[in-house]
Write a protein that binds this ligand. Structure first.
Ligand code: GLP
Length: 241
């Protein structure tokens, strides 16, 4: 789905997201939704708060599942993606902490923390995965080379991701070097997926994601092996496609 400009991109993303949420609501119980950080989804989150907050029938069943997060930070660190999303969408939409499956960044034993998340994902799955696209083709923090059946793990941020994340926190020195990420193995089993791609700086990687051979060298090519994927892009991101 292609939006002609910036404003249209966010409303299109919100309409597609609400459609997915309504479909997911057809089953009983919590609606488990993976949400990304980054600059791309911020307009979507603003739209949801401004125009769709009244859908309490959906938000009361909404359950946020973390996609990725920095490791080794204290629970109140503002850089944590869980805190970022709390500020930008979860608290404004009154999603309570009991409806959030997040990483314990300060966990003393990272492999036990990964196993805890794996168990959650294995038993509950993902109804909707909203994803962004890294300029190096990463999904979450599944950096180039990540296996398509990978499970939750602790990774070292690539040079590309360190540079991209520096923009959020005022320089490279403020970016934690390691992070947790759900593996592609979990993400690829999402019942529905929405990939958000915006801006001319994403045009080349979007083109490669759509046309390069499917390979772990470009983790986002995994989406071509998934069902029910909608790509929402603006005209600028589509300029190389
Ligand atoms: C970050 C996050 C991803 C996000 C991506 C794109 O590093 N770990 O989950 O989707 O990079 O970010 P942006 O939307 O700012 O381009």
């Amino acid at each position: 789905k292609i939006a002609p400009n910036n404003a249209a991109f966010h409303t299109l993303a919100a309409d597609i997201f609400m459609g997915a949420l309504n479909r997911a609501a057809a089953k009983n119980g919590p609606i488990r939704v993976v949400l990304p950080t980054g600059s791309t989804p911020l307009g979507l989150y603003r739209e949801l708060i401004a125009h769709h907050a009244h859908r309490r029938d959906l938000w009361d069943r909404f359950h946020y599942v973390a996609l990725d997060d920095y490791a080794g930070l204290a629970p109140d660190d503002r850089r944590l993606f869980s805190n970022w999303l709390a500020r930008d969408i979860l608290t404004p939409l009154s999603i309570p902490p009991t409806h959030r499956t997040i990483f314990n960044s300060a966990a003393p034993d990272p492999s036990a923390e990964c196993a805890r998340m794996d168990a959650q994902l294995d038993s509950n799955g993902i109804d909707i995965a909203v994803l962004g696209l890294g300029t190096n083709g990463h999904i979450g923090f599944n950096e180039p080379g990540s296996a398509f059946d990978a499970r939750t793990r602790l990774i070292h941020l690539s040079a590309d991701s360190l540079a991209a994340n520096a923009a959020y926190w005022g320089g490279m020195d403020h970016v934690p070097p390691t992070a947790y990420t759900l593996g592609l193995g979990h993400i690829m089993r999402a019942r529905e997926t929405i990939l958000l791609v915006q801006g001319p700086h994403k045009a080349e990687i979007l083109h490669r994601m759509l046309h390069d051979p499917i390979s772990t060298a470009l983790p986002a090519t995994a989406l071509r092996q998934m069902y029910n994927v909608t790509i929402v892009a603006d005209q600028a991101a589509m300029s190389a496609a």
